[in-house]
Design a protein around this ligand. Sequence first.
Ligand code: DGY
Length: 320
Amino acid sequence: MKPKITITREVFDDTIDYLKQHCEVDANQADQAYSPEALAARLAGQDGLMCALTDKVDSTLLARCPTLKAVANIAVGYNNIDVPACTARGIQVTNTPGVLDDSTADLAWALMLATARRVTEVEAYIRKGEWTGWKLKQWLGVDVHHATLGIIGMGRIGQAIARRAFGFDMKVIYYNRKRVAADIEQRVNARYVNFDELLAQSDFIVLQVPYSSATHHLIGARELAKMKPSAVLINSTRGGVVDDAALITALKAGTIRAAGLDVYENEPKLNPGFLALNNVVLVPHIGSSTEATRRAMAMTAAKNLVAALTGAVPPNLVRV
Ligand code: DGY
């Protein structure tokens, strides 16, 4: 008998076709996010769950799903899943590392360039028909080239961001919980500094750490006060790593120059303070959202799930 699985959100047809070869599939192509109640009901008697970062897999849900054996997240981040609770119940958890590194790094760079050169601000201005002609001092931005880029979190995505800085002749410094190996530092041309040094020296600060209780509000009022008044902060990792209210205060006061954000606390509900500011570029959690990457993420999650449910070791097992 084929294992039974539930997919909580819309995925690509080829992902479903692959899963159907191995499993009985309950898919939600209508893409309406399930409430915790509805999800528990759908999971009755199911062996596997393929979910997204919008689904909370916590001990309350797990207690109601005694047949569940594997949870495959369609994301590299898995802060939506209580992994210790899953492990305690013998449920395997997987994620999708690797396939989204370059797309996510590209988006961090898109935010850097857009904030530095005020791309969204000037686009709004031109669309309003307010442009009357060229002026020497019009819409002055700041240079990305030859600036200092500070990367907090030097994992695979942090490294991909650093590699791109080479073409912009940037000086790259980084902070990581654990200093990375010398050959990686050399390859990405980045120098390790302590956290406060990075805050004080960087022109652009990019956050690339996973969200956890240890990184909750890693950037708050104290850290923002340590940045240069000309600093630009980019958060393309997870909401909650930045204290959004403190960031809004800093952006309003001009304590830092600008921010580029892909992720937010309590998303999709944005702190309305952001909407009133011109010095922030806002995009809706699209870091990995290219067609090729999202397809690869969905297929990676599907392969992880099939492996977990057919007695193989899933390629991307999350271990606690
Ligand atoms: C991830 O993989 O964690 C991304 O945030 C999903 O878009």
